[in-house]
Design a protein around this ligand. Structure first.
Ligand code: C2O
Ligand code: CU
Length: 484
């Protein structure tokens, strides 16, 4: 086998370890001399949460679902003290943040899980503004409810909106009894076949291509064979929705976050168009649309100028039955029913590849120094097993990258499901859009499609790349980029 160092043609180059000097130096370079420190305590604990008349036992941060929002400003140092009181080891991953590698929260790669009864201090500089979230990176703990929004404000951002609303989407399995681990174990036992799904709770869209329109979504045909108990916005079911109060005519920034383990959501606001301004935290040239589509792990920021009344924000589970709903209330009026389908959902949605990064966040033009192809596959021999280049995570061979390089990742999806592929520690740019593709950390790769992204290796360490369908990731669709 070729080690990362040899492949780079630098016999003495050693992979950068999470706690190494290079990592500490990168942190030092990011941190301003008098950077403010924002301190937070986070308690991971068994909880009973109220989804809106339905009480479920699960695990949360601070007894809340979503967990408590953390809000900092670009350049701040975030110091988060995790205390773990759930009966398994827990980590926190700061999804989308270009942080120091030893704070990335990846079990077996950057740290050991924080054992029951133990504490761990996460402390790192937050370099970029935007809409992010954090979650446990151990097993299916994200799916249990160990997630929360992380908002990084930009002190220099011009005031383009009057107020903002954070909206966290989720698909909710039925608590601990039919919980995520049980579900995953069952999938592994049963295995699955390449074409069909037909198994509740595994999700994923099948077949098809094309954009929006009636019948099939951009991710594939509407199979409707998956029926979750609940879809949530800010921890609430549609019949007891989260309500955002505002004034008529106000310009609202909606920060949409999808930590769902297994569901892409198409989001629309009844009676309103929206202007998309950011994806995965990074600014894009604003575009108008009726709806946006968020794969698991993605975020979109949109602006809406609200009318007078009560309006539904609907997050439709793409390719499945069911939806989540929240309300914007600016005046009197009756709340729409939980099953309302705004007509905005029926028109064509905006896909990430149609967006263009704003000038300041584009990579400088150029060809990649190195390309890695990641073939996304499924091992259909027996078990429920998802692969990258025919290997599962436990058989992984780290892919070498080198500091200073521009690296291209080519995701080749050989399966009939979509995969939201997520890169740690960096933000990539979608190739295409004449050099101005959107800057993102998570990109949907549709069935049988190939997607290319470029990034600049500027953050030393061991960085995960994986499918953010938590079932796929935990069943093997994960690998590591090893920086030398
Ligand atoms: Cu939000 Cu490695 O993931
Ligand atoms: Cu996947």
């Amino acid at each position: 086998t070729v080690t990362a160092a040899q492949a780079c043609g630098a016999p003495n180059a050693e992979p950068v370890r999470p706690g190494s000097r290079a990592v500490r130096e990168a942190e030092r370079a990011r941190r301003a001399p008098n950077a403010p420190v924002v301190s937070k305590e986070l308690l991971a604990k068994p909880s009973e949460v109220d989804l809106g008349g339905i009480r479920v036992p699960t695990w949360t941060f601070d007894d809340r679902l979503p967990g408590p929002e953390i809000r900092v400003r670009r350049g701040d140092v975030l110091r988060a003290d995790l205390r773990n009181t759930v009966p398994e080891g827990v980590t926190i991953h700061w999804h989308g943040i270009a942080l120091r590698n030893d704070m990335d929260g990846v079990p077996a790669v950057t740290q050991e899980p924080v054992a029951p009864g133990e504490r761990f201090r996460y402390e790192f500089t937050v370099p970029d503004a935007g809409t992010y979230f954090f979650h446990s990176h151990v097993g299916m703990q994200l799916d249990r409810g160990l997630y929360a929004p992380l908002i990084v404000e930009d002190p220099d951002e011009p005031g383009r909106y009057d107020d903002e609303v954070v909206l966290v989407l989720d698909d909710w399995l039925d608590g601990v009894s039919a919980g995520p681990e049980a579900q995953l174990a069952e999938l592994r036992r049963e295995g699955m076949s390449m074409g069909g799904m037909g198994h509740g709770g595994t999700g994923g869209m099948q077949g098809g291509e094309g954009h929006g329109g009636a019948g099939g979504g951009p991710l594939g045909a509407d199979t409707g064979d998956v029926d979750y108990p609940h879809y949530l916005i800010n921890g609430r079911i549609p019949s007891a929705p989260f309500v955002a109060d505002a004034r008529p005519g106000q310009r609202l920034r909606l920060r949409l976050i999808n930590p769902g383990a297994d569901t892409a959501f198409r989001v629309a606001v009844g009676g309103h168009r929206m202007t998309v301004t950011h994806t995965d935290g990074f600014p894009i040239e604003p575009v108008e649309t009726d709806s946006v589509l968020l794969g698991m792990g993605e975020r979109y920021d949109v602006l809406v100028t609200v009318g007078d009344g009560v309006f539904p924000i609907v997050a439709s589970a793409e390719g499945k039955r069911g939806q989540a709903m929240a309300l914007i209330r600016t005046g009197s009026g009756t709340a729409p029913p939980a099953t309302v389908r705004p007509r905005e959902l029926a028109s064509r949605t905006r896909m990430a590849e149609e967006l263009r990064a704003t000038e300041p966040v584009r990579l400088r033009p150029g060809e990649p120094d190195r390309t890695h192809t990641l073939k996304l596959g499924m091992d259909s021999s027996a078990k429920y097993r998802w692969t990258i280049n025919d290997r599962t995570f436990d058989q992984r061979e780290p892919m070498p990258i080198r500091r200073g390089e521009r690296v291209r990742l080519r995701f080749v999806n050989t399966t009939m499901m979509f995969h939201p592929m997520h890169l740690h520690g960096h933000t990539f740019q979608l190739v295409g859009g004449r050099g101005a593709g959107a800057r993102k950390d998570t990109v949907i790769v549709r069935p049988l499609e190939t997607v290319e992204v470029d990034f600049q290796v500027d953050n030393p360490g061991q960085w995960l790349v994986h499918c953010h369908n938590t079932y796929h990731g935990e069943s093997g669709m994960m690998t590591v980029l090893s920086c030398v």
